[in-house]
Ligand binder design. Structure first.
Ligand code: AKG
Ligand code: FE2
Length: 382
C-alpha cells in the first residue's frame, strides 16, 4: 500500500536569483539529489501560456480519428517517434494502459551505414570527422507531425514548449553543478554549449501521454498505466502532470511506494539512468510508476520532457566529469525492486546510444524488428 506520509520536496527556483537565498536552495537540491532522487520545482520560469497552449491541444490530438493516429504510428519511424496506441507499449514485460505520442527536438537523419556525415547536417560543421555508422545513431531523426487541419497550431505549440523546457533543463543542470561543488558549465559540453563543440547537440524527447479510464475486464491481469521503471532517455526528466489527476508513485529508499500528486505550477524532476551510472549511484534514477485508471471516469494526461545526451558518450566518459567527492556519497543497498530494473551498467551497452536503443526495442519490439532486424532485437531482448 502506498505510504502517503512521506512527501517529496518542492524547490523554489526563484531563490536562485537572490544571492542571499541561493545557498539555501543549493542545500535543498543537494538533499534532493543524494537522499531522495525525486523533487518538484516551482517558479521555474516556463511561461504559463506555453504550458496551457500545449495542454489545451491534448484532447484534440488524442481524439483524432484512429486512421489519422495510425498514420503517425511509430512503425513508420526508425527513431521511435510518433504514435503508439493503447496498451502497445511494454514495461517490465507487461502492457502499459496508456496511449502516447513521442516527439523530439526536430533534427535530420544523421545515421549513415557507410560512416559518412550526412549532407543535411549543417549543424554538424564542428564534428565533421565523427563516424555515424553505429546503429544507435539511427535513433536520431525527424518527428511525425499531426495534420494542421486536425490540431491547428500544434507544431508551433510543441516547439515552443520544447524550447522552453530545453532552456529550463540547461539552467537546472547549472544548479546541479553548483550543488555538486563543481564549476558551473562543466556539463555544457554534453549539450554542444561549450567552446570545443565536440559533441553533436543532443535530441531531447517529449512524450504526450493519455491514461484513459479502463476496466479490469480489459483482460490484463496487472493493470499498470506505466510499469515500474527508471527513466533511460536522458540526463534529467521534467514531468508536467496535467490537472489534478493522481496516479504517479515513487519508490522510496525503504522500498515503500509514495504518492507524487500533481501540484499546480510545478514540474516533477527526476534523474535518468545516465546520471545514476555517472555518479555510481550517488544520485539515483529513482524507480517510479503510474497506476492504471481502473476506477476513474476521466483520463489523466502527462507530458514528460527527457533531456537528451550525446548518444556516443560512454558511461566512463561521463563519469570522468564527476569528482570522487560526489561519487563517494553513494548510499549502499538499492532495494530489491530497484535492482530488478537496473540494467544500465552492463558493459555490453556502454554507450548511452546503445542503452537507449535497447530500451526502445524492449518497449516497442515490432518497431525494432522492422527497422533493426531480428538479430539485433533478439540480442537486446535477451
Ligand atoms: O505519466 C507520468 O506521470 C509519468 C510517466 C513516466 O514516468 C514516463 O513516461 O517515463
Ligand atoms: Fe518515467
Amino acid at each position: 500500500m502506498a505510504n502517503t506520509t512521506l512527501t517529496l520536496p518542492i524547490l523554489d527556483l526563484a531563490l536562485a536569483d537572490d544571492p542571499l537565498q541561493k545557498p539555501h536552495l543549493l542545500v535543498q537540491l543537494h538533499d534532493a539529489l543524494f537522499n531522495i532522487g525525486f523533487l518538484y520545482i516551482k517558479n521555474h520560469g516556463v511561461p504559463d501560456y506555453i504550458i496551457t497552449n500545449l495542454v489545451s491541444m491534448l484532447p484534440k490530438l488524442f481524439d483524432m480519428p484512429l486512421k489519422e493516429k495510425a498514420a503517425l504510428s511509430k512503425l513508420n519511424s526508425p527513431h521511435f517517434l510518433g504514435y503508439s496506441g493503447y496498451a502497445e507499449e511494454v514495461t517490465l514485460g507487461q502492457k502499459d494502459l496508456r496511449e502516447q505520442f513521442d516527439f523530439a527536438t526536430e533534427l535530420p537523419v544523421i545515421w549513415n551505414p557507410d560512416g559518412h556525415t550526412s549532407q543535411d547536417c549543417s549543424e554538424l560543421e564542428a564534428v565533421r570527422n565523427k563516424d555515424f555508422s553505429r546503429l544507435y545513431w539511427r535513433l536520431r531523426g525527424p518527428n511525425q507531425w499531426p495534420p494542421e487541419s486536425y490540431v491547428p497550431g500544434f507544431r508551433k505549440a510543441l516547439t515552443e514548449y520544447h524550447d522552453a523546457l530545453q532552456e529550463l533543463s540547461y539552467r537546472f543542470v547549472h544548479l546541479i553543478e553548483e550543488a555538486f561543488g563543481i564549476p558551473t558549465r562543466t556539463f555544457d559540453a554534453f549539450f554542444n554549449r561549450d567552446d570545443t563543440q565536440f559533441h553533436v547537440p543532443p535530441q531531447h524527447r517529449i512524450k504526450l501521454v493519455k491514461y484513459p479510464p479502463c476496466s479490469r475486464t480489459d483482460g490484463i491481469a496487472h493493470a499498470q498505466g506505466v510499469g515500474a521503471h527508471k527513466d533511460s532517455s536522458g540526463w534529467l526528466t521534467f514531468l508536467l502532470q496535467v490537472e489534478q489527476q493522481e496516479g504517479l508513485e515513487v519508490l522510496s529508499g525503504t522500498g515503500k511506494w509514495i504518492k507524487a500528486p500533481p501540484i499546480p505550477g510545478t514540474f516533477v524532476v527526476n534523474f535518468g539512468n545516465a546520471m545514476e551510472a555517472a555518479t555510481e549511484g550517488a544520485v539515483k534514477a529513482t524507480v517510479h510508476r503510474v497506476k492504471a485508471r481502473t476506477s476513474e471516469s476521466s483520463p489523466r494526461y502527462s507530458i514528460p520532457f527527457f533531456q537528451g545526451l550525446p548518444l556516443d558518450l560512454t558511461v566512463s566518459q561521463i563519469r570522468s566529469y564527476i569528482p570522487e567527492h560526489v561519487r563517494s556519497l553513494r548510499q549502499s543497498a538499492l532495494n530489491a525492486e530497484s535492482e530488478k530494473i537496473s540494467s544500465f551498467l552492463d558493459p555490453r551497452w556502454d554507450t548511452l546510444g546503445e542503452s537507449q536503443l535497447r530500451k526502445w526495442i524492449r518497449s516497442h519490439e515490432e518497431v525494432g524488428r522492422k527497422f533493426y532486424g531480428d538479430e539485433v532485437v533478439d540480442f537486446y531482448l535477451n
